[in-house]
Design a protein around this ligand. Sequence first.
Ligand code: IMP
Length: 205
Amino acid sequence: MINKLLLATGNSHKVFEIQAIFGNSLSVLSLKDLGYSGDIPEDQTTLEGNAREKAEWVFERYRLPCLADDTGLEVTALGGRPGVYSARYAGETDKAFQSEANIAKLLKEMSGITDRTARFRTVLAYVDPQGFIRFFEGIVCGEIADSPRGSAGFGYDAVFIPEGFTQSFAEMTPEGKNEISHRGKAIKAFAEWLQLFSQAGNRDI
Ligand code: IMP
């Protein structure tokens, strides 16, 4: 079993969410912990392509088992947009205002639309210590709210209401969101695989 996992992200929300899932069993490091605060290349046209690109880029530099994620918000009435382009949906803005701008654009595009169904999809790419890559996926279905609600989380959390709930992701605790979220599901699939694979003793991972 590996004891350190390097995340191909500088997003502290993601590090927090992922560390919470592993608890003490694994030490989750971010690129910031290793002194890197620049960007990671992410210029593919699919979530899988971006996750692979980020994981391989980081593994090349640090040679540590590495996990990269890419997530998209796929809105039914918008034909699956913004999807892989969720991060800069409203165009490049000051980082501090990017989420607000993205949400404002989404609500504008959705105005008058009654089908508000959407889903978050996360693809994880894991590069093991030998450089082999594997993919994991997590999906959560839900609806786009009429206006932002709540102040927790990040990105589109304030306008996403997961199926079976009345609160938005931004109105939930981090633990509550992790339990049902796209990234939570993908990480759990990865964690289960990691444990099974280690127990099987197939190879030192
Ligand atoms: P990323 O490339 O995986 O960071 O995801 C692309 C964009 O999707 C982010 O910039 C956020 O706007 C949005 N996003 C990703 N994960 C979440 C989430 O858990 N909640 C809300 N928005 C998210």
